[in-house]
Ligand binder design. Structure first.
Ligand code: BG6
Length: 506
């Protein structure tokens, strides 16, 4: 079990990262830039190597040239220092291969051996599944058959990072877990959720458990309800074919929003070790009251964006997007109301929502506290009780803000809401590291804390399955919302029925 304090200063042992799906978007936009950032921060070991593997014919040189372009475009260190780049690119290699062909793995094995001799990246391998999910099982099995999955005792380590989507329902997630565990041990499997690598998401734990004043009020005695919103301004951006199979519930809620919810709702772990933290997160899922298929209409809302106004112009509706069926019933917006049936949260709803083509890109967690028990200032024009709200802005403009009422100066007793705010960039003056940097580094260091365990994954799908079934059965009744608005009216009604309203970020 890795010591997380040490993870802050440790540099991993020499190793090779093998990226399956090296020609894809994820590699270009996230993985290579994250590895470069780590190199620039001095976090990568000597002899560190990357093998990009994909079907597209490419040479080491062309892979390096493409890597240079993506790093110059997407990394935190875009002004490439020539000497640093020379060192970094010397560790980049490309292997053209077919995922289902054993010879490709023989070649991979030979290349890994060569890098061991030439660069000293011996024995330690991190495999990254960045292909479409349909390729996962084949690659895992081939790695197993080629003897690349479990090193001999003392001969280094092998780990595997599995990208989302991890299955598309409970059954497929179970099958994938079983396939993975047929070849790798659970401690070698890193199911990634990049939201857990975001600085502000990690800060939720620090905020809650490193401060004495919040935890005593973090419960049903003081909290009225919690809102978690992940809004995106973009549409499906050329990913129509993928999104058609996914939809907002699978793409965002099952993973990113449920992970954030677990960090907000969990009990204090006994320590920061992997097992304790992951146990507490699973306990939250265990306590969530399942929404049955019959209840889905009352507890959930979905929607699909129609044409509207966004990015300062007119944008097409989802049905007009490339790769999308003109009769598609895929939701681009999902909202759910979840109850956590335990002592801490009994009676406190958690409202989660995520959508594409909303007015802005913003991720926020807001804790809405109960109103003061007695309206002392009634009759002074303050008949609506002021509710304190604590908002953790995960992105962009990372911040934590507390809203409270103050007296307006003057002879009267008027009360006005004000905000006390801590802003990350103002205080720390630096761009926070990318989520993928943190997670790749943690994996190289052997720390699984920020990755999902097998039971977390299955439990989370178990909660989604009845909702997905209900939505499928009522596909014809999918509400629409104009692009550039805060989702369908039904989502407002979901909270209005409880006498509440969404806080739409400015
Ligand atoms: C991905 C989803 O997991 O997260 C995308 O597949 C979504 O649809 C993205 O746009 C959002 O990530 P971020 O870090 O930009 O909030």
């Amino acid at each position: 079990m890795a010591d997380r304090r040490q993870a802050e200063i440790r540099v991993p042992e020499p190793c090779s990262v093998v990226i399956f799906g090296a020609s894809g978007d994820l590699t270009r936009r996230k993985l290579l830039p994250a590895l470069w950032n780590l190199h620039m921060e001095g976090r990568l070991p000597d002899g560190f190597s990357v093998i990009g593997m994909a079907r597209t014919p490419k040479t080491d040189e062309s892979f390096r040239a493409e890597a240079r372009e993506s790093v110059a475009k997407y990394s935190r260190f875009r002004d490439l220092d020539a000497e640093e780049w020379r060192q970094f690119e010397a560790g980049l290699f490309y292997l053209e291969g077919k995922y289902a062909t054993p010879e490709s793995y023989t070649q991979l094995s030979a290349l890994l051996d060569r890098l061991c001799d030439e660069r000293g990246s011996c024995g330690n391998r991190l495999y990254y599944l960045a292909t479409p999910p349909s390729g996962y099982v084949e690659i895992v099995q081939q790695l197993g058959q080629a003897g690349l999955a479990r090193p001999e005792e003392g001969a280094g380590w092998s780990r595997i990072i599995v990208e989302k989507p991890f299955g598309r329902d409970l059954e497929s997630a179970r099958v994938l877990n079983a396939e993975l565990k047929g070849v790798f041990a659970e401690r070698q499997i890193y199911r990634i959720d990049h939201y857990l690598g975001k600085e502000t998401v990690q800060n939720l734990l620090v905020f809650r458990f490193a401060n004495g004043i919040f935890e005593p009020i973090w419960n049903q005695h003081y909290v009225d309800h919690v809102q978690i919103s992940v809004a995106e301004a973009l549409g499906v951006e050329g990913r129509g074919a993928y999104y058609e199979e996914a939809g907002a519930l699978r793409d965002m809620v099952q993973n990113h929003l449920m992970q954030v919810m677990c960090l907000v709702a969990m009990e204090a772990p006994v320590s920061l070790d992997t097992r304790s933290v992951r146990n507490e997160k699973v306990k939250v899922l265990d306590a969530i009251r399942p929404i049955t298929e019959a209840e889905a209409a009352e507890w959930t809302v979905r929607g699909q964006y129609a044409a509207g106004e966004a990015d300062g112009g007119s944008v097409p509706g989802y049905l007009e997007e490339k790769g999308v069926s003109p009769t598609s019933a895929t939701e681009t917006y999902a909202a759910v109301k979840l109850m956590v049936d335990n002592w801490r949260w009994a009676g406190v709803p958690f409202y989660l929502r995520s959508g594409k083509r909303l007015p802005s890109r913003v991720t926020e967690v807001s804790i809405h506290f109960r109103a003061a028990p007695h309206l002392l200032f009634r009759g002074f024009g303050n008949d609506e009780p002021e509710r304190n709200v604590l908002t953790v802005r995960v992105q962009p403009n990372e911040s934590i803000a507390l809203r409270f009422g103050v007296k307006v100066p003057g002879a009267g007793m008027d009360i006005q809401p004000m905000t006390m705010k801590f802003d990350y960039s103002e205080e720390f003056h630096a761009e926070p590291p990318e989520a993928y940097e943190r997670l790749l580094l943690d994996c190289m260091l052997g720390d699984t804390t920020l990755f999902s365990r097998d039971d977390w994954m299955e439990r989370s799908w178990e909660l989604m399955d009845p909702i997905l079934r209900a939505w499928k059965a009522t596909a014809g009744a999918l509400p629409q919302y104009p692009a550039g608005t805060w989702g369908p009216e039904e989502a407002d009604a979901l909270l209005a029925r409880d006498g509440r309203a969404w806080t739409n970020p400015e």
